[in-house]
Design a binder for this molecule. Structure first.
Ligand SMILES: [Zn+2]
Length: 107
């Protein structure tokens, strides 16, 4: 069912708004399966939060992105308005920390 919020956004359903249409194909060159991948979000001030992870592959992090966003938004509504994506921590960054949601045992 098409819904209009009255805010002038293109009409859509909440379900279709949550569909991720970004094209990304992981390749061994761009996304080596060497670990250190996280679901991350960025707030208005540019602060980056590593929310879930670490994952061994980029694909695994991508697969959990929407779920992590929903879980975080349920815990703190501000999460919904952050920019969500995936990040990889450099190999020389030292020990990989558990993501925020992992530390809170939410994911
Ligand atoms: Zn990838």
């Amino acid at each position: 069912m098409q819904q209009s919020s009255g805010l002038g956004f293109a009409p859509s359903t909440k379900e279709s708004a949550l569909v991720d249409n970004r094209e990304h194909v992981c390749t061994p060159e761009d996304c080596p399966p060497c670990g250190g991948y996280y679901v991350s979000c960025v707030d208005d001030n540019g602060n980056v939060f590593l929310m879930a992870g670490p994952y061994r592959t980029h694909g695994a992090a991508l697969a959990d992105e929407n779920r992590a966003c929903k879980i975080a938004s349920d815990a703190d509504g501000r999460a919904w308005f952050m920019a969500w994506g995936t990040s990889r921590v450099r190999e020389d960054a030292g020990e990989l920390k558990a993501g925020v949601l992992n530390r809170h045992k939410l994911i």
